[in-house]
Each structure stands twice: as C-alpha cells, then as structure tokens.
Write a protein that binds this ligand. Structure first.
Ligand code: MSS
Length: 369
C-alpha cells in the first residue's frame, strides 16, 4: 500500500508501493522491491537531493543544455547536441548513496553518541545502465588536460537558495583525475532519457564511486589543480569519528567498498526448499565471490552468480537453493571483490554514517513452519 506521506511532486510518476519516503529529498527503495532483474527500474530507484532540484523546464529542450568545460587546453561551453557528436559509451554502475546502511551504524551507537542523517538500510542503491559521452573524448576534443590538473570537478545546475552562502549549498564534487578515463557524461539511463529527478538532461557518472560524486544536472566539468572548497566536498562526505568535526584533512567518500545483501526471502514462510537471492558489488573492483549463511554467520556456502555480468561497476545477482527446515533462521551474505577485499562483519560507526559494508547489519531473521 502507498506510503502515508505520499511521493514528492517531482517524483509523483514513481511507483509508490516500491518506495519509502523519508523526506522530500530522500526516498528509499523497499527491500522487497529490488526485484529479480539485474537493472533497477527507474520507477523504483531511490532519490537523494542535497538541495531542491532545478525546475523541470531544463528537460524541455535537452539538446540545448549547456556544459562548461574548463581546465583543458581549449576551454569551451558545449551544448548537449554538440556533446552527442563527440562519442558514445554505455556503462552499468551501482548508484548508491554514501549513507546507505547508516541505520545499522546508528543502531550500534553508545548512549550519548549521535550520527545524523537518513536511516537508510539497503534501499539507497540501484544498478543502472548509463549512456553518454566519455569525459576523455570531450577533453581530447578540447586539446587535452591543462598542465597540473589533479581532479575532475563537477558542478550541479541547481538554482541556489537566496540568502545562503553559495559555497555552503552548491553541489560541487571533486574526484581524482584518474577517473578521467572512466567518467561518463550521461543523458540516458536504462535506455530512457535521463529524468530530471535523476539528473537530466546531463549527469556526471563516476563509475564505482559513492552516490554524491555523481553530480546531477551537471553544468560545469572542470579539470582542477585542487579540490573544490564547496562545503559538500570540504566538510561533508569525509571519513571522521563519531562526534568529531569533519574537515578537508580526512579521507573523502570516493570509492565504494565491497558489499552485498539478501533480497529474498525476507518474510516468514513454509519450511522446505528455498532460494536465497541477493546482489553483490565491489565498487571500482569487480565482485569475485559471495557466500551465504543461514545460521547468522556460523557456517557459509558459496552462492553462484546468476544472470548477465554487466561489468566491474555493476552489481551481480546471486541465487542459492537450499533447505530451510522448520525453525528460526538468520540469513546473511558476504562478498569478496577481485582485489581480495572481504566484507567485514561490522563497519565501525563513523561521524557521517558513510560507507557501511558490514555483512551483519542487513541480516534477515525469519521463521519457517
Ligand atoms: N547532484 C546534484 N546536482 N544535487 C544533489 O543534491 N545528490 C547526490 C548525487 N548527486 C546530488 C547530486 C547524492 S548524495 C546522491 S546519493 C545521488 O546524487 C542520488 O542520486 P539519485 O539519482 O538516486 O537521486 Mo548520497 O552519497
């Protein structure tokens, strides 16, 4: 049944049954609605806005959207129509909010400690196929990077609220220049024109990187010598201790760690044969292995991957058929990436509640009879 709160107007076209509305800016996919397909349907994909989105007039004439490109030999502003003449590529990535799983950290806090932010469980994530032009092709067409550039900096096209310091609210993110060969400037998702809610007409996709780095309605992409001093980069999305102040000295939330969770079964049911399914991904690394436990992590079995392999930045589905005798079961999954990183049992809480990847948090407890 639809959520009591209802969907915000900008995403009224989404499937209300599939979504949990935390606020106007934060909408999560219900765990039972991730589905059995590999690609997340747009109508079920989560939403996270740090500021109110631009008016939908910006998607009325998509090809007229203008992108300023700076930090190259021949800096220019190109329309989307011009960008479309420079190249085309498609990449599947896991789009995941940096705070996905924050609830498990919030639940583990000592009295007196606090982590603010949306209590996402597993639903601030989806697997999406993006199509657009590789940033490398655009930069090469403009004479290549200017000397000394160390970051790719993308700026969101929101109209900033009056009365606030622009640097405090602007969505502007810098990622290491090594991503120059993987960043995509995307105008399509899952074969459809990019909806405004997910960053249309044009979005900067940084494969393998945490959600916040994937700047929506991108209006400027600059190769820069230093990271932006916008608050969202300098003080937010940093790895710092609970109760500590965040600042530019701490690691930025960039590459996503290896992670997995079970998508079914989620509810009590009949004893006997069952198929435990889920998804696993490795961030910038391919996911190499996933194990399933039905006794809360005491014993593990390898779970086979099923379905297509959409590349290292996508998630993979797994399915393990087994017997669940009558009783209580605690189902968990644990993934390993191609670099050998294994999900820990728990991720120690950090001040922002970022990058949770413990296997314990998303455990499914159920009874079979
Ligand atoms: N972009 C822009 N422009 N704005 C905003 O607000 N947010 C972030 C990204 N990007 C933003 C942007 C975040 S933070 C996230 S997650 C993402 O986005 C989401 O997406 P979707 O499409 O789902 O909504 Mo956390 O890390």
């Amino acid at each position: 049944k639809p959520d009591a709160k209802g969907l915000p107007g900008t995403i009224a076209w989404k499937d209300p049954d599939a979504l949990i509305v935390h606020s106007n800016q934060t909408v999560e996919t219900k765990r039972g609605f991730i589905g059995s397909g590999i690609v997340t349907p747009i109508g079920r994909l989560f939403i996270r806005n740090n500021v109110a989105p631009p008016p939908d007039g910006i998607v009325a004439d998509r090809d007229a959207w203008r992108l300023e490109i700076a930090g190259v030999a021949d800096p220019r502003t190109l329309t989307l129509a011009e960008l479309k003449r420079l190249g085309l590529a498609s990449v599947a990535t896991v789009l995941q909010c940096s705070g996905n799983g924050r609830k498990y950290m919030q639940d583990a806090l000592q009295p007196g400690q606090k982590i603010s932010g949306t209590p996402w469980t597993v639903g601030a994530a989806g697997c999406v196929i993006w199509s657009g032009v590789p940033l490398r092709a655009v930069v090469d067409a403009l004479g290549g990077p200017a000397a000394g550039m160390r970051f790719v900096t993308g700026t969101g096209g929101e109209e900033l609220p009056a009365g606030l310091k622009p640097k405090d609210v602007i969505v502007e993110r810098s990622v290491p220049i090594a991503t120059l060969d993987t960043v995509l400037l995307a105008w399509e998702m899952n074969g459809e024109p990019l909806p405004l809610a997910h960053g249309g007409p044009l979005r900067m996709i940084v494969p393998g990187y945490s959600g916040v780095n994937n700047v929506k309605y991108v209006k400027t992409v600059a190769l820069t010598a230093v990271e932006t001093d916008a608050k969202i980069q300098a003080a937010s999305y940093r790895m710092h201790g609970v109760g500590e102040r965040a600042g530019p000295g701490q690691p930025s939330i960039w590459e996503q760690p290896v992670r997995s969770w079970i998508t079914a079964p989620l509810e009590d049911g009949a004893a006997g044969r069952a198929v435990v399914t889920g998804i696993a991904f490795g961030g910038v690394n391919a996911v190499a292995r996933v194990e399933v436990s039905v006794d809360g992590g005491r014993s593990w079995s390898d779970a086979p991957f099923i379905g297509p392999d959409l590349g290292r930045y996508a998630w993979r589905q797994f399915a393990l058929a087994l017997d669940l005798p009558a009783g209580t079961h605690v189902l968990v999954s644990r993934a390993t990436d191609a670099a050998g990183n294994v999900q820990p049992e728990e991720t120690p809480p950090n001040g922002g509640g970022y990058s949770y990847n413990g296997w314990r948090g998303p455990a499914v407890s159920l009874r079979t009879a």
